[in-house]
Design a protein around this ligand. Structure first.
Ligand code: ATP
Ligand code: MG
Ligand code: MG
Ligand code: MG
Length: 432
């Protein structure tokens, strides 16, 4: 007998097949039992009719507990009443693994309980939908950069020096030396861009974020493209095309998952229309002041209420351009017409999801970069390899970083970033 997955059912209508699945739910009367089955590819229904399978098989089916794993055999039928469109008329059920007193019902339990049972919570239909969308965004990332002539380069995770802010670094030992877990691969990606032109990385990133927010994970995945011979304006075009492509791919390939999440698809469609609006940091400060944000002064970094307000003035993701030099890292190139701001932009997602991309054009002049390293109080010997890139054929180049989980949370329309990664690492939580 042929073994198939639930999402392959449409190709086997009328055939007798076998499926390996878990019992997600069940309801029954005296004559018929409906098994809600989950196998990771999809959910569908198995129908067990007493008069066809006999009393023993019917009692077995009727007695199955939630999360029992089974091999179920039967005939695939079209089922116009369900959204999935197919079901199975069951002829035989074989129990693989029993399940007693399954502890969680996501709708009934609070967040901490669900987080303690994350290993089981992942089985819920909502988590399944989020992970399908995460997977689609990962696939779409590879497709987008491959189609646009980028190659994937993997920067190291164990590093000897910080890319920027040292307060968020995780420290470890590297034999008799100090080492840190990577908080950004950017400096290495610049070296890669000088070697290979257009490159992107996609890997884990670690930051000891000390505050609890719904946007910050301790361990997250970042996509960091870096492009030689590209200025900041050209980089913004790549960024908006990339983000619009991610949204379009999810719309095209994750219809069911979006439905499970009750995501407003018309809003998402809007996010595929280019270009995205741009506002300068200067104008954003004015906008905030005009709207009652008295706490903000030119020179301050924006917090999430500020980002949320600015984004709410637009119906698509918005770029905030040219932040003050003093609040950005040493490697960003100053604006050619004024020295107090840098050629950088953050992309802020709509609907209160905050920053999803940070990017900039890089300083490429040896002397200016050396001076910036000194001014920021960094040890020059740590950056001597990085300065070399400005000695041997330096070129204008730009890059950016997109947080995978920020993008997943926004596109899914979920409340908190913790659900966008299988096993979230948070302040006060490294279990399970
Ligand atoms: P924020 O201002 O929200 O703290 P950031 O400016 O510190 O973010 P960058 O250093 O610019 O972040 O990193 C690039 C991207 O990585 C961000 O735009 C965001 O999408 C993502 N990111 C940064 N920190 C985190 C985190 N702790 N958890 C999840 N994603 C993050
Ligand atoms: Mg931060
Ligand atoms: Mg930021
Ligand atoms: Mg940033």
């Amino acid at each position: 007998m042929k073994r198939i997955t639930i999402n392959e059912a449409k190709h086997h209508v009328g055939e007798t097949v076998e499926i390996g699945a878990w019992v997600a739910n069940k309801r029954s009367s005296g004559k018929i039992a409906f098994l809600q089955l989950r196998d990771g590819s999809a959910y569908f229904q198995g129908v067990v009719v007493k008069s066809e399978v006999g009393d023993d098989m019917f009692q077995l089916a009727k007695g199955l507990n939630q999360e029992t794993s089974i091999l179920v055999r039967g005939v695939i039928q079209e089922d116009s009443r369900s959204k999935f469109g197919y079901e199975m008329t069951v002829t035989d059920v074989e129990v693989v693994g029993e399940s007693q007193d399954y502890p969680i019902t996501p709708k009934e339990h609070g967040t901490e309980f669900l987080m303690d049972h994350r290993h089981l919570w992942l089985r819920s239909s909502k988590q399944h939908a989020i992970m399908q969308i995460r997977n689609e965004i990962i696939l779409a990332t590879y497709v987008f950069f491959n189609d646009n002539g980028f190659i994937k380069i993997d920067p190291p995770i164990l590093t000897a020096n910080a890319a920027e802010d040292t307060t968020e670094l995780f420290h470890t030992e590297y034999f008799d030396q100090d080492a840190f877990l990577s908080q950004s691969g950017q400096l290495y990606m610049e070296a890669a861009a000088m070697a290979f032109g257009k490159v992107f990385s996609f890997g884990p990133t670690f930051r000891a974020e000390k505050s609890k927010t719904r946007r910050h994970l301790i361990e997250f995945w970042m996509i960091e493209p870096e492009m030689a011979f590209m200025d900041q304006d050209q980089s913004l075009e790549v960024q908006e095309q990339y983000v619009a492509f991610l949204v379009q791919r999810v719309l095209d390939n994750c219809e069911h998952a979006l439905h499970v999440l009750d995501r407003d698809v018309d809003l998402l469609k809007k996010y595929t229309e280019l270009p995205f609006p741009r506002i300068s940091y200067d104008d954003a400060v004015v906008l905030l002041k005009e709207n009652g944000f008295e706490d903000i002064e030119w020179g301050d970094d924006f917090g999430s209420p500020h980002e949320t307000f600015i984004a709410s003035s637009f119906d698509k993701p918005v770029f905030i351009l040219n932040y003050p030099k003093a609040i950005k890292p040493f490697y960003m190139k100053p604006h050619p017409d004024r020295d107090d701001v840098v050629l950088c932009a953050d992309m802020i997602a709509p609907e209160g999801y905050g920053e999803i991309i940070g990017g900039s054009e890089r300083e490429v002049d040896f002397d200016k970069l050396q001076e910036a390293i000194k001014k920021f109080g960094l040890a020059e010997e740590d950056y001597s390899w990085y300065l070399d890139l400005r000695k041997y054929g330096t070129v204008p180049h730009s890059g950016f970083g997109l947080g995978l989980e920020r993008a997943v949370t926004w596109i899914c329309g979920t409340e908190h970033i913790r659900e966008s990664i299988p096993f979230p690492r948070l302040l006060n939580r490294i279990y399970p």
